[in-house]
Design a protein around this ligand. Structure first.
Ligand code: ATP
Length: 442
């Protein structure tokens, strides 16, 4: 069904709260702007996103290794990387009634978008959160919460090349929290102040960046469509013009999604050249060059970086999957999530509370658990209501145990999108579900 795009965000926000995906942080105390908590289904969805990224970026490849570096890093790192000076947004404050602060590059004209009051002159605002390590709150104890995970990969570059057998071209991947004191968090979890980045630095020979850049643009787009099942028509590539590039970038392509509020960045793929390794080599006075065993040359590799947050993918998946239709003359809400990411892949529902059915249903759950994300759903009223609850959280398959099951040793699989049902022997159930989950295409 076509739902007016401007309504989709409100509907998704309401669904995530109602069904336990996302709650405002510290809500009983009034919340904290730009921070969110994740409920049971939200956690399952986030974990699926993270696992699929790791699987495709690291485990299924032989040229990428993992890293976990710390969330807090000393000032020297951020001074060298340019973040102290350049990780800034222009800030303008309303001098009228509402006193709201705005990102100057996102405000058109001279008036406050909220109350129409005048705006003050733009000043630069650094987005990094600062704190102190140790008991003394002096200059020497200042550290920053990382606004990106990438610097960990550069700072540990020497450790990785000397402790593993990696050879250029290779990548270092990292997932972990990042913090940005965004001036205007908003559009739900699209722009938040605490989020989880997934970044991979792919090191290549100097000036061999174009080919790798092109490869990663295509490969990342393929991941969104084929692995996460995001609608291709709502995705596009946006190549940044030279004047809007970050301080470290030679070329950047964003994979954009058509959000209800317009096209917006889902993932950024940046060609960082040898900018980062060069500045850290200079500042730390450590040799960060790579000795190529084939040519015996020493060089600072160049680097291509695909970077995306779990939260951006999360909101994109929900907006892309949200739908409403009518089944048996009853309206229903459903999330057409790809089985790869669905928080619950299979729900097992006994038709009634009769003990014989419950016993079989629990056996079925046991046989599927560990292979799939399974939920046992005995409560929640009649079977139709339980199906609709599962539709709303995006469960692609419901397995119903009914009275015939006791004699024919078979169950019904009901598909979320088509509501089609098929009878399957319990014996072959796990193979059938495995086929449906992995073979599913929208
Ligand atoms: P903008 O200019 O929109 O503030 P940026 O271009 O500085 O963002 P990048 O540094 O390219 O953002 O961030 C890489 C990725 O991290 C983005 O593509 C997005 O997926 C994610 N991201 C960045 N900022 C946020 C945020 N505040 N909340 C959630 N995800 C974010």
């Amino acid at each position: 069904m076509t739902i007016p795009r401007e309504q989709v965000m409100d509907k998704v926000v309401a669904l995530t709260k109602r069904r336990g995906f996302i709650y405002p942080s510290s809500e009983i105390y009034g919340g904290l702007s730009g921070f969110y908590d994740y409920g049971p289904y939200g956690v399952a969805l986030k974990r699926a996103i993270r696992d699929l990224w790791w699987r495709h970026m690291v485990e299924l490849r032989d040229d990428v290794v993992g890293l976990e570096s710390t969330l807090m890093m000393p000032e020297a790192v951020w001074e060298a990387s340019g973040h102290l000076q350049n990780f800034v947004d222009p800030l303008r404050q309303c001098l009228g009634e509402c006193k709201k602060r705005w990102r100057a590059d996102k405000v058109l004209g001279e008036k406050c978008p909220e109350c129409g009051g005048p705006l003050d002159d733009a000043r630069m605002f650094n987005l990094m959160f600062k704190t102190h390590v140790g008991p003394l709150e002096d200059r020497a104890s200042e550290v920053y919460l990382r606004p990106e995970t990438a610097q960990g990969m550069f700072v540990d570059f020497k450790n990785v090349i000397s402790s593993t057998r990696v050879r250029v071209p290779f990548g270092i991947a990292q997932q972990g929290k990042a913090f940005r004191n965004e001036i205007t968090p908003g559009n739900f979890v699209f722009r938040v102040r605490e989020f989880e980045l997934m970044e991979m630095e792919y090191f290549v020979r100097p000036r061999q960046d174009d080919e790798a850049f092109d490869y990663w643009r295509k490969e990342r787009m393929r991941w969104y469509t084929d692995v996460l099942g995001i609608n291709r028509e709502r995705l596009r590539m946006y190549d940044h013009p030279k004047e809007s590039l970050s301080h470290y970038s030679k070329q950047t392509t964003d994979i954009e999604y058509e959000f209800p509020f317009g096209w917006g960045e889902l993932e950024g793929i940046a060609d960082r050249t040898d900018f980062d390794l060069a500045v850290h080599q200079e500042k730390s006075k450590q040799d960060l060059t790579f000795l190529d065993p084939e040519t015996n040359e020493r060089y600072l590799p160049w680097v291509i970086e695909p970077a995306v947050s779990v939260e951006r993918i999360f909101i994109t998946l929900l907006l892309d999957a949200y739908d409403e239709d009518v089944v048996n003359n009853e309206p229903r809400v459903l999330l057409r999530l790809h089985p790869n990411v669905a928080p619950v892949q299979v729900a097992v529902v006994p038709l009634s509370k009769k003990q014989e059915l419950i016993d079989v249903a629990q056996e079925v759950v046991k046989s599927l658990r560990g292979q799939f994300r399974v939920e046992y759903d005995q409560t929640g009223g009649n079977i139709g209501r339980r199906y609709r609850r599962q539709d709303e959280i995006g469960t692609p398959f419901c397995i119903t145990v009914d009275f015939d099951t006791l004699t024919d040793k078979a169950v019904t699989i009901r598909q979320r999108d088509s509501t089609q049902q098929e009878r399957v022997a319990i014996e072959g159930l796990s193979a059938r579900i495995g086929f449906l989950v992995s073979g599913a295409r929208r």
